[in-house]
Structure formats: structure tokens, C-alpha cells
Ligand binder design. Structure first.
Ligand code: FAD
Length: 423
């Protein structure tokens, strides 16, 4: 097994066997695999030796032998004493200071499930100044609301939200957790299910209870919708499911309902903090631009994920009357908030001009931006998928290319203004 400079055993690609399917690229949690000349290539320094690429490779083109380390979190370790877990919990997503409608739809469903299990409906809320949402949750049907109210939770950051939700799960131990299948809900569900080592059934269209085993029956279409599969999570807790908006019925709101609200303490792990400070200090996050309506998007990729250069990206966006967006690794690194993520688990955008700065163009990113009118790629790798689909490509280091682009645009604006003033 090869090792990187940190002495970490890493995966190795056999180029002759690689079929260029990019499954490993999408699976790598740290973005350590890129495509070069149609062949996957691992950055040894970025590889964390998790072996996920090895698991998904359909062509046996990856060598990986290291025995897996078991991840331990406290919740969901197999086998769990399932009897200790009680209650049907709903993660209440907050949008513009209010509970999202899908969350109330799930509270309605949770009431039905909790009735069958003879247990309580629990609301889990994360954010800042969220007491009114807690009261609304009770009005919609929660018996007990657990919330973490902290400035760190003002905007969605996967790592911080994941840590906070797992903290609630460890403290409260619900037997079921339902989340809306929204971009945020899907992301948070996968982060927390992985941390809890429990099962997650996405996009359920039906939820019911097997009373004998006290199990959640999670039904969803499969094989292209040709059959309905009912999935069980027998040995792990919580049993987790996401449901799309408007699949479940919105319950009546009853302001006279009474319930309990508990606020729990939460301290973000130390390694979250410097990034959050960057995030709060960076002027780009201060505004509330909607990347889906911006005519120009300057999209920051992992190769340009550097706080020092954010003002430069902002300058380019301002010059063109646009907004700054990003790929998923940039959100995961805490550099930009989730609202700015483009792609499968982020937002779908179709600006007049999309400028991808050090974005490789993984399939999960492309699905969120491929309808853009004009695509400009800035990349050191001329074979990056985004470069291949771009209308214009600037091949080179972004630290040289972006200032040149800014100067060029400024010069054009000045000459345009000069001509206009002579008329
Ligand atoms: C279930 C799932 C959902 C996902 N959802 C999303 C999603 O919604 N959105 C999303 O974006 N991703 C998503 N991903 C992740 C996706 O697979 C890729 O890992 C991610 O898009 C890669 O981001 P990137 O292009 O910024 O980074 P990389 O793929 O690492 O690319 C970095 C690029 O920067 C270039 N570069 C490096 N240094 C420089 C430099 N100095 N100058 C110029 N260029 C440079 C490199 O050549 C490379 O092309 C998802 C993955 C999974 C498994």
C-alpha cells in the first residue's frame, strides 16, 4: 500500500483498468480524486485512506487493503439497545425565521405514527432566536420541543449542524427521526445518519408502523418507480427517513395546544471554530443574495478555496453585476454558506454567465448549472469536465487569471464610459 507524506496508507488507481466512470470522484468525501485524460487520479496528500473509492469502483481499478477503522459516535452502534429509544422526532427546518411547511407536514405524520406507538412527538430545532418556531411546532402537533439556540447555527454549515443534531440525538434518543427531503434536509440527514451509524431511507412516499417489532415501515419507489420497496431499519437507532414536500398532509394548526420546550447547551467542537470565524468575518456572507436569480455567477471551487481570495471573487462578481457561489467542498470547508452551493444537493442555477474558478465539474455539480447560457471555466487542468463543456476556458492558475480578467473588464468598462461621455 502506498503512503502519503503524513504516513497515511492511501488508495491507488490502476490507470489501465480505469473505465472513466467517475463513480470514485463522486464518492470521495474529500474530493481527492480528479479525472485526467479520462482516467481517475488520486491526490495522495488529500486522500484520507477511507477506501470508499475502492468500494464503488465497478472495474476493480483501485487497490485498497487497509482494514477499516470502526467509527464510534455513541448513538446507533450495533447492536443498540433499541428499547432505550423513545419518541418520534421531526427535524424542523427553518426558512427565513419560520418553520418550513414540509416540517409541519412531517409533524402531522409523526402524530399518526406516535399514536400507533403510544409515544410522544418530538420537535428538534436548530438556529438562532428560534423560540417562536418552537411554539409553532407545538401548535402543529409536537409534544416536546428540543432546541439548540446558538449564533453558530445562524446559517447552515453541514459540519456544525451535523454535530448539533447528533448532540440532540445522543441526548434525547428518539426511535424515529423524520426530515424534509429539501436540499438542507437531505444533506443533514446523510451527515447525521453516517455519524450515528444508522440507516436512512430517502424520499419516502409512505410511512407506517409494524407494531409487533415497533419498526418504522419506510416505503419508497425503486427501480425507476416500477416497484415500491418497504425498507426496515431493525438494529440501529434512530430509524431515519426523508420525505419530499407535499407528500404528507399539512395538519391543522392549533394555537391552544400545550407542550414543553427545552433548550439544550451545545458547544461546537474546536475544529469548527476558526472556520466559522472566517465565515462571520467575510463580507461575502453578510449579504443575502439569491444565487438562483443572479444573472452572473462567480463560482468558487475547491482549488480556489482560500479566504484571502474571497474579496477578489467578490470584486469580479460586483463588476459583472453578479453573485458569488461555490461547489460543495467549499461549503464543507466552511468558507461559504450552504445557500451558495450549486449542484445536486445545493441549488439549481441557470445564470446568463457562469464563471467556474477551479471547479472540476463533477457530475453532481454539473446537474445544478448545465443550463447556464454561457459557461467560462478557469482551471489549471484542460481536461477537467467543466473545461470540456465550457464555452470559454482560461487554462492557468486562478490567482493569475482572475486579476487579469478583472483588469480586462475594468478596461472595457472605462473605454465604454469614455465613449459614452464623448457623445
Ligand atoms: C451525493 C453527493 C452529492 C453531491 N452534491 C454536490 C453538489 O450539490 N454540488 C457540488 O459542487 N458537489 C457535490 N458533490 C461533490 C462532487 O462529487 C465533487 O466532489 C465536487 O463538486 C468537486 O468540487 P470542486 O470542483 O470544487 O473540487 P475538485 O473536484 O477538487 O476540483 C478542483 C479543481 O480545481 C482545479 N485547480 C486546483 N488548483 C487550481 C488553481 N490554482 N487554479 C485553477 N484551477 C485549479 C483543479 O484542476 C480541479 O479541476 C456531491 C457528491 C456526492 C457524493
Amino acid at each position: 500500500m502506498p503512503k502519503n507524506s503524513k504516513g497515511r496508507e492511501i488508495a491507488e488507481i490502476i490507470p489501465e483498468k480505469c473505465i472513466g466512470c467517475q463513480l470514485c470522484v463522486g464518492e470521495c468525501p474529500v474530493g481527492a480524486i480528479v479525472m485526467e485524460d479520462g482516467v481517475a487520479k488520486i491526490d495522495p496528500e488529500a486522500c484520507i485512506g477511507c477506501g470508499r473509492c475502492f468500494d464503488v469502483c465497478p472495474a476493480d481499478a483501485i487497490i485498497f487493503e487497509k482494514p477499516r477503522k470502526k467509527r464510534m459516535t455513541g448513538v446507533g452502534q450495533a447492536p443498540v439497545p433499541v428499547d432505550e429509544y423513545k419518541g418520534v422526532a421531526v427535524f424542523i427546518e427553518i426558512r427565513e425565521g419560520k418553520g418550513a411547511e414540509v416540517s409541519w407536514e412531517l409533524v402531522g405524520k409523526a402524530r399518526e405514527l406516535a399514536g400507533k406507538l403510544n409515544t410522544q412527538v418530538l420537535g428538534f430545532i436548530l438556529g438562532t432566536d428560534i423560540k417562536p418556531v418552537g411554539e409553532e411546532a407545538i401548535a402543529y402537533g409536537c409534544d416536546v420541543v428540543y432546541m439548540i439556540d446558538a449564533p453558530l447555527l445562524k446559517a447552515y454549515l453541514p459540519k456544525v449542524y451535523g454535530n448539533a443534531l447528533v448532540h440532540l440525538l445522543e441526548q434525547v434518543k428518539p426511535e424515529i427521526l423524520l426530515l424534509g427531503a429539501t436540499p438542507l434536509g437531505r444533506d443533514l440527514a446523510s451527515v447525521s445518519a453516517t455519524r450515528c451509524e444508522t440507516g436512512l431511507t430517502a424520499d419516502c412516499t409512505g410511512l407506517d408502523i409494524d407494531l409487533q417489532g415497533r419498526l418504522l415501515l419506510m416505503t419508497r419507489p425503486t427501480f425507476g418507480g416500477n416497484i415500491m420497496a418497504t425498507i426496515l431499519c431493525r438494529n440501529h437507532r434512530p430509524q431515519m427517513s426523508t420525505v419530499r414536500p407535499r407528500v404528507m398532509k399539512l395538519p391543522e394548526k392549533d394555537g391552544s395546544r400545550r407542550g414543553e420546550i427545552h433548550t439544550l447547551d451545545f458547544a461546537a467542537p474546536e475544529d469548527n471554530l476558526p472556520r466559522i470565524i472566517d465565515f462571520i468575518a467575510t463580507p461575502v456572507e453578510a449579504d443575502a443574495e439569491d444565487i438562483t436569480s443572479a444573472p452572473v455567477l462567480v463560482v468558487v471551487g475547491k482549488g480556489a478555496c482560500d479566504t484571502r481570495h474571497l474579496p477578489m471573487f467578490r470584486e469580479l462578481a460586483d463588476l459583472m453585476g453578479g453573485a458569488v457561489a461555490c461547489s460543495r467542498p467549499v461549503v464543507q470547508a466552511g468558507l461559504l454558506p450552504y445557500e451558495r452551493q450549486v449542484g445536486q444537493t445545493g441549488k439549481t442555477v441557470a445564470p446568463k454567465i457562469y464563471i467556474g474558478i477551479a471547479v472540476s465539474g463533477a457530475v453532481q455539480h454539473l446537474v445544478g448549472m448545465q443550463s447556464s447560457d454561457k459557461i467560462i471555466a478557469i482551471n489549471t487542468d484542460r481536461n477537467a469536465p467543466l473545461v470540456r463543456i465550457a464555452d470559454y476556458a482560461l487554462i492557468g492558475d486562478y490567482t493569475e487569471m482572475v486579476p487579469r480578467l478583472i483588469k480586462g473588464i475594468e478596461a472595457r468598462i472605462q473605454s465604454f464610459e469614455g465613449k459614452a461621455s464623448k457623445r
